[in-house]
Each structure stands twice: as structure tokens, then as C-alpha cells.
Ligand binder design. Structure first.
Ligand code: ZN
Ligand code: FE
Length: 253
């Protein structure tokens, strides 16, 4: 891992992340639910914020940007498609664009679904997914279609398996209860759910998680598998239709 990553609880159940390049000293903050915990962490570490990366336009991911920019002067990067509803951007990006945290290069992935224009930031060893791929879950479809979200998740699923998935919320315990309704006999899921219960009882964050773990247990990444299709009674359906059914069940859960 070239980047040092700090997970910062914000608001009620949000996470922001600091990603620090120890070689150059550059530090990026991904999403800004509120400025205070981020400024505290920067001060504690002695890190200087150089960049702010925004995954999407929802208030619980951007409401602290103005305060954080005022305090640090960091450059703000977000999706070109969402520039009209994000705080003022210094850099507007589209899928495939590269970004730097000091000397470490990442790239932008369009992960529309939760919102249209939602982006993820993929760096060596870590991907920042906001409300697209989440620990044992995925964001609710406010703007995009199930097919769009399935395509977005499939791009994330193709990243190296040892990638850390840095997502925007602590929803994992409830996601685990839902996942067990889809795959009650998946041994990896059963042991992960036990671990989540123990961690949450001690207020330990379950985010970030490993992509390999998500591929083995997250029902929203598994809609293409015959055992999942059978489990939801859709053995011959297309992958995105199975994803849509699982997402609809979660909405009712
Ligand atoms: Zn959101
Ligand atoms: Fe959110």
C-alpha cells in the first residue's frame, strides 16, 4: 500500500477518508460530511491537506467542503457531470481521468446508480466508493437504473482483489442481516456477519473492507452467480435483473 489511509467517522454514520502519500506529504480527503473531525485528524497527524475529492453531491458528503477549503485552501475535485450541484470545483473529472495524491496515481471510475454522476477514485490498494459499493451492500438507487448500478459495481469488482473498499457509511450490520436472507448458508457470510456483530458491539468501524471479502459475501456483487439466481428464484434471468430483484428486496427490508 503506497497510501496511508485514515477512516474518519463523521455525523451519525458517515465516513470520510484521509489518504496520505508519505513520500511527498500530499494528503487528500475523500468526501466531507463535516469539517471538524477532518481538521482534528490533520492536526493530530501533522498532515497538510492538498486535495478534496468528492464522490457525489449528497449533503452528507459535501456539507463540510466550504469550511474545509476555508481552513486549508485544498483543491476540490469532483465529477464534471455533477459540477452544477457540487461545491465550486477546481478540477472537474470524467471516467478514465487520472488524479494524483502527491506521487501516487489514481483514476476516476463512473459508478452511477445511487446518483447519476457518482464517481469512485481507484488508487493502488484502495478505492473510494462513496455510496456505490458499500461494505456488504450498495447505495439505494435514487437516480440511476438497476442496470446502471450493476454495470458500476461490475467495474469495481474487476479491481485487484486485495483492494481496500473505502465506502461512505457504517451500514454494515443491517446489510449483514439482509445478506443472510439471500444466502443463509454462505459460510464466508456467516463468519463475516459474526465478526461484524462483535466489532459493532465495541464500536469498531467495519469500513474499509477488502474487495475479496465483498466478492465472497456481498449479495449485490454476486447477482451473476448461479447459486444467487437460484436463491432468489430467478435461475434463468439476466444478471442485472437479478441485481434489481435483490436491490428491491433490500428496499423493502
Ligand atoms: Zn448519497
Ligand atoms: Fe451518503
Amino acid at each position: 500500500m503506497q497510501l496511508e489511509i485514515l477512516t474518519l467517522p463523521c455525523l451519525k454514520d458517515n465516513y470520510a477518508f484521509l489518504a496520505h502519500d508519505p513520500v511527498t506529504g500530499a494528503t487528500a480527503c475523500v468526501d466531507v460530511p463535516e469539517a471538524k473531525p477532518i481538521l482534528t485528524a490533520l492536526r493530530d497527524r501533522g498532515w497538510t491537506l492538498t486535495d478534496i475529492f468528492l464522490t457525489h453531491h449528497h449533503g452528507d458528503h459535501i456539507d463540510g467542503v466550504a469550511d474545509l477549503v476555508a481552513a486549508t485552501g485544498a483543491r476540490v475535485t469532483g465529477a464534471k457531470a455533477d459540477a452544477h450541484r457540487l461545491p465550486p470545483l477546481d478540477t472537474a473529472v470524467v471516467e478514465g481521468d487520472t488524479l494524483m495524491i502527491g506521487g501516487v496515481t489514481g483514476r476516476v471510475i463512473d459508478v452511477s446508480g445511487h446518483s447519476v454522476g457518482h464517481i469512485a477514485f481507484a488508487f493502488p490498494g484502495a478505492v473510494f466508493t462513496g455510496d456505490s459499493l458499500m461494505a456488504l451492500g450498495c447505495g439505494r438507487l435514487f437516480e440511476g437504473t438497476p442496470a446502471q448500478m450493476w454495470a458500476s459495481l461490475s467495474k469495481l469488482a474487476a479491481l485487484p482483489q486485495d483492494t481496500l473498499v473505502c465506502s461512505g457509511h457504517e451500514y454494515t450490520a443491517s446489510n449483514a442481516r439482509f445478506a443472510l436472507t439471500i444466502e443463509p448458508d454462505n459460510p464466508d457470510l456467516i463468519s463475516r456477519a459474526d465478526r461484524i456483530t462483535r466489532d459493532r458491539a465495541q464500536n469498531i468501524p467495519t469500513v474499509p473492507s477488502l474487495l475479496s471479502q465483498e466478492l465472497a459475501t456481498n449479495p449485490f456483487l454476486r447477482a451473476h452467480l448461479p447459486e444467487i439466481k437460484a436463491a432468489v428464484g430467478m435461475p434463468d434471468a439476466a444478471d442485472d435483473a437479478v441485481f434489481a430483484e435483490i436491490r428491491a428486496r433490500k428496499d423493502r427490508f
